[in-house]
Structures are given as C-alpha cells and as structure tokens.
Design a protein around this ligand. Structure first.
Ligand code: PXL
Length: 281
C-alpha cells in the first residue's frame, strides 16, 4: 500500500507547542508521511510571550518548492496554518497551484485572530488575504473570530444561538471551500465544540465536550492536525471533527490538571495512542 503524504506549511515555534511541533507528531503518528515547509523560526509563539526571536524564511519557500518540482512529488494533502505576511499568503497560494494534484486535499486554517481580536502582529486588512487563500481550499478551519473577520459578520461573544451559527456557516460556505469546520462553538455555558459543515450536501454536524476553563495556546493547531490526519485517513468531516474536539479537550484537561503554564502548549502527546485506537488505526 502506498503511504499517504501530507505537506504541512507552518512556522516552527521552538518552544510552546503549536504549529509544526504539533502538526508533525500528530500527522506522523496516524501513519501518514508528514513533509514540512517551515515559514519562520521563532524562539516561542507570539501568544503571551515577549522578546521572542523571529527568523523569517519567506525567501526559502519558493526554492524548496522549485527543488521539489524536479522530484515529481505527489501530495495527498496540503495543510497550512500561521502565515506571517501577505507575501507568504501569496507564495502559499502559488504552492497550491504548483503542487496540487487531482486528489490533493487543501486544508487552510486561517490562523490570525481569537476572542474577537486580530493578533497584534497582523495589519487590519490581513483577513482579506486569508479570505482569498481560503477560497482555494477544500476545507477551512476558522474559529468564530476568524470567521467573522472573513465574512464581515459582526463578532459577538457566546453563548451563541443556533440561528447565528447557522448564518455564519452559510456565509463561510460562500468563501469557496467545500467543507467548513468552525471552532469555538457553544450554545450554553457547559459545552464547547465545533460545527462541521458540508457545503455540498448542506449537512451540519456538531461535536461538543464539556468546557474546560482557561485559554490554552496551540490548541487550534492540535485540533487542525487531528482533522487533517483523520480526513487523509479516510474519515468523514463529521468524524474528523468529533475526534479533534475530544482529543483537544482531553489534552487541555491533562495540561490543566498538571498546572502547566497556559502559554506552553498542551500535553497532547500522551493522548496519541488512544486517538489512534478510537480512529481505528
Ligand atoms: O497556534 C497558532 C500560532 C502559530 N504560530 C505562531 C503563533 C500562533 C498563535 O499565536 O504566534 C508563531
């Protein structure tokens, strides 16, 4: 059997589990080959740390892809997350054109905002760039803030009504992707989860887990990596979302119980064997 191959395009934050230090282990553990293009190297992620180093690798991205084009590599999925500039968005958009084969799944997580606010490092018009990139994706993974910024719907804090989430999903469906996984959905103060919306069949499936108070960094990347791993392993968007919600919540719970600094990322590693079992791998 031919092993499936994923290309993960994210930064490397050397400390504070997120982006590539999360995507690589999770995707690889599910039996997929995980190829990478690092977009930048930071000493830590930008959430809650000050004084971090930031080595931009924009100039290296094109030459990496140009070399690969001489090798005739095929990818079953391309998964992008944190991108540091409009230039990187444009380059990644070009990579989709160059490396996408007939069966390549393009997954874009438009990492740029949370809790109603654009991350401070991004200019106000950054959501327009991410929106354009999302239009080329098969699957997009926005949180509620990112969804609002890309659709023009005004952000409101939760709990949400089913109608408001439904309207937001319908607007997201117009961005061009065939499937949307919206994170940070909650209809009451007890359960938090995600909505998986299949634009083509108009089906919405919700997955929830009991809320664990606290804002833990890198959880969006844990979530996204499980969705990508599950989809490439043949699971439906609804099942992929279900596993991602539970795996992420359990990772947060473990981290909270250990009393770990919320900036350090979550302990997802210990949960991998159970995830594989639950996914039938
Ligand atoms: O987890 C998202 C992420 C990835 N990479 C970097 C970040 C963040 C979120 O803040 O700063 C560098």
């Amino acid at each position: 059997m031919q092993q499936k191959r994923v290309l993960a395009i994210h930064d490397i934050s050397c400390f504070g589990r997120c982006s590539l230090t999360v995507a690589l282990p999770i995707i690889s553990a599910t039996g997929l080959e995980c190829t990478v293009i690092p977009t930048a190297v930071l000493s830590t992620h930008t959430g809650g740390f000050t004084g971090y180093t930031y080595r931009d690798l924009t100039e290296d991205i094109r030459p990496i892809v140009d070399h690969w084009k001489t090798l005739d590599l095929k990818f079953d999925a391309i998964y992008t997350g944190f991108l540091g500039s409009f230039e990187q968005i444009d380059i990644v958009s070009g990579i989709f054109d160059d490396l996408k084969g007939e069966n390549t799944l393009i997954v874009v997580d438009p990492v740029m905002a949370d809790n109603g606010e654009l991350y401070k490092i991004f200019p106000d018009n950054f959501p327009q760039g991410m929106k354009k990139l999302c239009s080329k994706a098969d699957v997009i993974l926005p949180n509620i803030t990112e969804a609002c910024l890309m659709t023009g719907i005004e952000y409101i804090p939760g709990p949400y009504s089913k109608e408001w989430i439904h309207d937001l999903l319908m607007e997201l469906g117009k961005l061009g992707a065939k499937k949307v996984v919206l994170t940070g959905v909650y209809f009451n103060e007890k359960d938090l989860g995600a909505a998986a919306y299949d634009v083509e069949t108009d089906e919405i499936e919700y997955s929830f887990h009991e809320i664990i108070p606290g804002y833990y960094h890198g959880t969006g990347d844990v979530f996204g990596s499980v969705v990508v791993a599950a989809l490439v392993n043949g699971l439906s968007i609804g099942r992929a979302t279900y596993h991602a919600v539970n795996f992420t919540a359990e990772s947060i719970m473990r981290t909270k119980e250990a009393g770990t600094d919320i900036r350090f990322g979550v302990n997802f590693e210990i949960g991998i064997p159970k995830l594989l079992k639950q996914m039938g791998l």
